[in-house]
Design a protein around this ligand. Sequence first.
Ligand code: PEP
Length: 251
Amino acid sequence: MRKKFVAGNWKMNKTVAEAQALATELIPGLAPLTSIERVLCPPFTALHPLAGMLQNTGIGLGAQNLYWETSGAYTAEVAPPMVAELCQYVIIGHSERRQYFGETDETVNKRVKAALAIGLTPIVCIGETLEENQAGKTAEIVSRQVRGGLADLTPPEGAKLVVAYEPVWAIGTGLAASEVDANTIHRDVVRVALAEMFGAEVAQGLQILYGGSVKPNNAANYFTQSDIDGALVGGASLKAADFVAIAQAAV
Ligand code: PEP
């Protein structure tokens, strides 16, 4: 049985004070939900204070990116040991990184390897654009992103990943993918590619999250599907009541 997993990607929102206020609201709602994994991914600036607040709550902390070098002259980048000092998770390859900051399958692969090497759990994001979807290329694109982003990993390394399928056209738009369509991609494309790379047993154990306009009123539909193991939530993770409701739906 794969444990359900719900992560909130706060993106470039919340000052330290605002992040602390949101965490203060979230902790009492999320801490009791021990049957699922719950993870908060605030901006880098809020990681240190939140690491303290989340101690002994059972709620995990994730960064939204990391660089692959360990240290050095890379102005403004954040190194794996810096993230691992505070976090257990890191989002890698979010579509906004791919779209605005030149992230590719190759750079995703470098970040995934660096995250795994230091003991972080990467939440690896994949998903097709609207044009790719309309051109009938979803399976091809998603499969390529899985194989490229996770290239050269051993099966034991592959077993430590979380994958998030996030169709780009569904992110922040209110146009969520249907649960049946998302489940089909998870089962027939993502898990099949993972099985070819890491073996059937590893692939069956991996959590594949759906992301894209998940809200309290549609979350349960996703979580009842065979191959949707949780959600990566953007907008709705910024409202404590909404994110707690989504996590409760996963329970
Ligand atoms: C995301 O940014 O990963 C995301 C899924 O955003 P939203 O929930 O706002 O669509």
